[in-house]
Structure formats: structure tokens, C-alpha cells
Design a protein around this ligand. Structure first.
Ligand SMILES: [Zn+2]
Length: 317
């Protein structure tokens, strides 16, 4: 690892919008609406970029990351800038260990300082602690990729919907006022029904997972200024689309008002996300509340036990 941790130059990037959400909350939908605007590039769950490159997993354009023209250009620009051969396969945008949740065990001092700390603590931590240094290096790599992605795509705003709590905080620490969060929530009962189906888990597992994930996000966001967080619900995005898009245009500061556009295949080079990414020409937002008719009394009772309180705190009765 590079010991000096040089901050990469930022020439093209004005702003990173981080979509903080639990999976199945509509983040793919939001990511793609935003990513189809002229001055925005969405990169999806870009924290997984190196792993996708190693596994030859598919980019949204349909090519493997290693064969994708966009990512090849990013890789070439990175190599040119750093005057050495850079491979996306080992250019980590997030430390592997963050894929585990933050506080499942007793929190380490490093984690606490990363989660709750201010700039001073952040600076001290990465000087003296290797884990903190790893987080910082990953954040710097991500910023480097974001800036170059803006150059390649001729945009100035990046959407990152990676969903990981600690990298979110690390990016904020490095980018400060160039960083904003969209905290996207959806009724936990709906999300848990999706989690149960997609991940073959019980309601108890789903409810615990959902509650913990939201708590983690809330915890890291507690040290980010309120005006850098936009709270949005999937339900409002679907049912009050026009108002929400107007608010988002102002919040993000796009050159033109955000509009729903046909999703053009060539425009997207997202990492990860749900199969919606591969469907083309969807221009209509369909509000999905199928969970209401399929959830059982027993599932509702279990959800209430593990996640009812936090669901209400997010505005769901
Ligand atoms: Zn691609």
C-alpha cells in the first residue's frame, strides 16, 4: 500500500451523491433516474468495482467490466495519471472487511472514531492506525475513480449507491462539502418481504438485518451536517414523483431540472444492483405495494418485535 496517501487531484468532479439505503428500497430506480441526467454519472454499487473486475462480472452495459469500454477508459486514464500500470482488479474502493456490519461485536476504537469522529480524529486515526489508513486509502481511490469517470463521461456529478456505512463516512471525511447523502427508506415490512424472497431467509432474519442496517446508516450520518442529507422515501418517490424530482434538482444542483428519461443502454456502466438495470426503455415509475396482500399476521408480529420501533421512527405506522 502507498504509504504517503496522496490526495488525488480533483479536476472534473463537483459532487458525489451517496444513496444510503438498504437493498430493495428503490435505490436502483433512483440511481437510474439520476444517472440519466446530462451532468450526472451513476456508478451503482461502485464499492464492488475491484471484485467485479476480478470476477469478470457484468457491467450494466452488458459487457464484463474488463471488456467494457467505459471502465477500460477509466483504467487507462488512471494509469496515465499515476504514470504506472493500474488494474481495476486490485484498485480497491472499499476495504473487504466492511462488507461485514460495523458493530456486530464490541466496537474497536478505530471503528468508533471512524463512525462518530470529526476531522481531527479522522486525521489522527489514519496516521497511527492501519485499519483507518486502509479506509482512507480506499476513499481516495474511490474519489480518483469518480473524478476520472466524470472526465470520461463528460459530467460533474457522481452517484454512488454502494450502501456501506463506513465507506460513506470515509468519503464524507475526504470530500466534505462536495459530498451529499440521499437517505432512501422504504416501509421495512415491504423490504423484509423482498429480503425473505430474494435471500431465502426468515422474517426474523430479515427484520434483524433491516433494522441493523438502518441503525448503522443513521449512526454514521449522525456526524454529517443535516443540510448534506436529503431524506426520501420510496413511497414518495413513486407517488409524488414530480415534487421529489424538483426537490432533488435543487438539492443536487443539476444544470437542468431532473426529468424521467428513457434509460439508454449505452449511458449506464453501473456496478451491481437489481435486474431492473438490464431492462431498457422503462420510463414509467410503478409503485409496488404487493407486500400488503402477501404478508401474514405472524410475519407482521415478528417484524414488529425486531424492527417495529425503527420502522415507526422512519415514518411508517
Ligand atoms: Zn459498461
Amino acid at each position: 500500500m502507498n504509504n504517503s496517501l496522496n490526495t488525488p487531484p480533483i479536476h472534473y468532479l463537483d459532487k458525489v451523491i451517496y444513496i444510503a439505503s438498504v437493498g430493495y428500497s428503490g435505490s436502483t430506480l433512483l440511481d437510474m433516474i439520476l444517472g440519466s441526467q446530462d451532468d450526472i454519472t451513476s456508478l451503482g454499487e461502485v464499492a464492488l468495482l475491484a471484485r467485479y473486475a476480478r470476477d469478470r462480472a457484468k457491467c450494466t452495459c452488458g459487457e464484463a467490466v474488463g471488456d467494457c469500454q467505459f471502465w477500460n477508459q477509466v483504467e487507462a486514464e488512471l494509469s496515465k495519471q499515476q504514470e504506472k500500470e493500474i488494474s481495476l482488479k486490485n484498485f480497491e474502493l472499499t476495504p473487504e472487511e466492511v462488507k461485514q456490519s460495523i458493530f456486530r461485536k464490541l466496537p474497536t476504537l478505530t471503528d468508533l472514531s471512524l463512525v462518530l469522529g470529526n476531522q481531527l480524529i479522522w486525521k489522527l486515526a489514519h496516521k497511527f492506525n492501519n485499519r483507518a489508513k486502509l479506509f482512507r486509502q480506499s476513499a481516495l481511490n474511490a474519489i480518483n475513480v469518480f473524478d476520472i469517470a466524470c472526465k470520461v463521461d463528460q459530467t460533474r456529478i457522481i452517484i454512488d449507491s454502494s450502501k456501506y456505512a463506513l465507506p460513506l463516512k470515509s468519503l464524507y471525511m475526504e470530500l466534505q462539502d462536495k459530498f451529499s447523502v440521499v437517505f432512501l427508506v422504504r416501509d421495512g415490512r415491504a423490504v423484509c418481504k423482498s429480503l425473505m424472497k430474494r435471500q431465502s431467509i426468515s422474517m426474523e432474519q430479515a427484520a434483524k438485518k433491516w433494522a441493523r442496517y438502518n441503525q448503522n446508516l443513521k449512526l454514521v450520518m449522525s456526524s454529517i451536517p443535516k443540510n448534506q442529507i436529503y431524506n426520501l422515501s420510496y413511497e414518495r418517490l413513486c407517488l409524488e414523483t414530480e415534487t421529489v424530482l424538483k426537490e432533488l434538482s435543487d438539492y443536487i444542483g443539476t444544470s437542468d431540472p431532473i426529468k424521467i428519461k428513457p434509460l439508454l443502454k449505452d449511458k449506464f456502466h453501473d456496478i451491481g444492483g437489481n435486474p431492473m438495470r438490464y431492462r431498457r426503455n422503462e420510463t414509467e415509475i410503478k409503485y409496488n405495494d404487493n407486500w400488503k396482500s402477501s404478508i401474514t399476521e405472524e410475519e407482521l408480529r415478528i417484524f414488529e418485535q425486531y424492527a417495529g420501533k425503527i420502522n415507526r421512527s422512519l415514518g411508517y405506522d
